[in-house]
Ligand binder design. Structure first.
Ligand SMILES: *Cc1c(COP(=O)(O)O)cnc(C)c1O
Ligand code: SF4
Length: 344
């Protein structure tokens, strides 16, 4: 059997960057010692110049080493892990970290404490995770995450899906992956054939900028969608990358064109090493206010914050009710006009 060798697809040192761009590798090398770099050739080919929106997501920045109040695991994922590779925070669903590999190390990653650190997901952890899910009958939705679950080879993924599918109370499986964006040729017909044996399988991918939507990523999403896999997108709001209504509008419109339904825009988590991507909640609310009404409702995701301390996700949205003098509300529409609405 031909094994896909995914590691050859990435660059991991700064000299490979200086082959393409005129930059000083020294500051990058310093960051790499703490937070490794990995960029796929595909993603590298989409970067137009140092400092652009794609560069910032992929190339180490000395700001990652700044000392501040941010911590490695603000969401307390480790504390909510009954076994090392499973996060169980909500009653009916659990996140199962089945791979510690990523095709690219996104600089803003909320699991930066793990990515590229060789925490090694070994077979024993997988067994323990499956056992936990078997023993917890309330878990009806298993979210495969990582790292990136699609960095597993086809056989390993097939075996995990098969074992989850055998558990009666597991009603749906989700795959959370950045692969369609960063390593689209990993999405093959063989892979889609495997996934579709275990329906209902949902897949949430991860695009942050309209320039990431290319003929290759479109092809990847087409293969998945044609296999009957509903596709969603979790975008992270990032300072200097996609923090404008116009960029987000373009991204959301391009996503639905490649059959991906925008699911969440995540406010960036307060994770150590990612502080330079953080921005005010107000920026996210302004973007939501712009999207709602101006573009197709299909293009409008929900805007989420994840509460530090393991409190979970909470949707935020602009407040459209200007006054509520029961039995009348004054409500603002997407153009900022006020209307009276009879309450009750
Ligand atoms: C985000 C998350 C989920 C999934 O949340 P949904 O809102 O259902 O997409 C589940 N468990 C954990 C620990 C999470 O962080
Ligand atoms: S692919 Fe996902 S897990 Fe991996 S570095 Fe990027 S955001 Fe983090």
């Amino acid at each position: 059997m031909k094994k896909h060798s995914m590691h050859q697809d990435s660059i991991t040192n700064s000299t490979q960057l200086t082959d393409h761009f005129q930059i000083d590798p020294k500051s990058i090398d310093l960051v790499i010692q703490k937070y490794p770099m990995k960029i796929t050739h595909h993603y590298l080919s989409l970067i137009k110049k140092p400092g652009d929106s794609l560069w910032k997501q992929a190339v180490p920045d000395s700001k990652e080493l700044e000392i501040n109040e941010l911590t490695d695991d603000p969401l307390d994922e480790s504390r909510q892990s009954p076994t090392p590779n499973l996060i169980h925070r909500y009653p009916d669903r659990a996140v199962f970290l089945v791979s510690d590999q990523c095709a690219m190390y996104c600089r803003y990653c909320m699991r930066k404490r793990r990515t590229g650190q060789d925490v090694l997901v070994d077979q024993n952890f997988i067994e323990k995770g499956i056992e936990y899910i078997q023993n917890h009958k309330k878990i009806r939705d298993v979210i495969l995450s990582g790292g990136d679950p699609l960095m597993l080879d086809d056989n390993a993924l097939d075996s995990i899906l098969k074992r989850l599918k055998k558990i009666d109370h597991v009603e749906i499986i989700r795959i959370h992956t950045r692969i369609p964006c960063v390593l689209p040729h990993r999405i093959t017909h063989d892979l889609a054939d495997i996934i579709q044996k275990y329906h209902p399988v949902y897949l949430n991918t991860h695009f942050n900028h309209p320039d990431e939507i290319t003929p290759e990523s479109k092809q990847a999403c087409t293969i998945l969608a044609n296999a009957g896999i509903p596709l969603g997108c979790q975008t992270v709001l990032l300072k200097g990358v996609n923090d404008s209504p116009e960029i987000m509008q373009k991204l959301m419109q391009k996503l639905v064109q490649i059959r991906v339904k925008p699911y969440y825009i995540h406010h960036p988590d307060p994770v150590r090493g990612t502080g330079h991507f953080r921005l005010p909640i107000q920026t996210g609310l302004k973007i939501m206010e712009y999207l709602q009404g101006n573009i197709s409702g299909l293009c409008v995701p929900r805007y989420m914050i994840d509460l530090p301390g393991g409190g979970g996700k909470v949707p935020l949205q602009p407040d459209y009710v200007e006054q509520s003098n029961s039995p009348r509300l004054m409500v603002r529409n997407y153009k900022g006009e006020l209307f009276e609405y009879p309450d009750g």
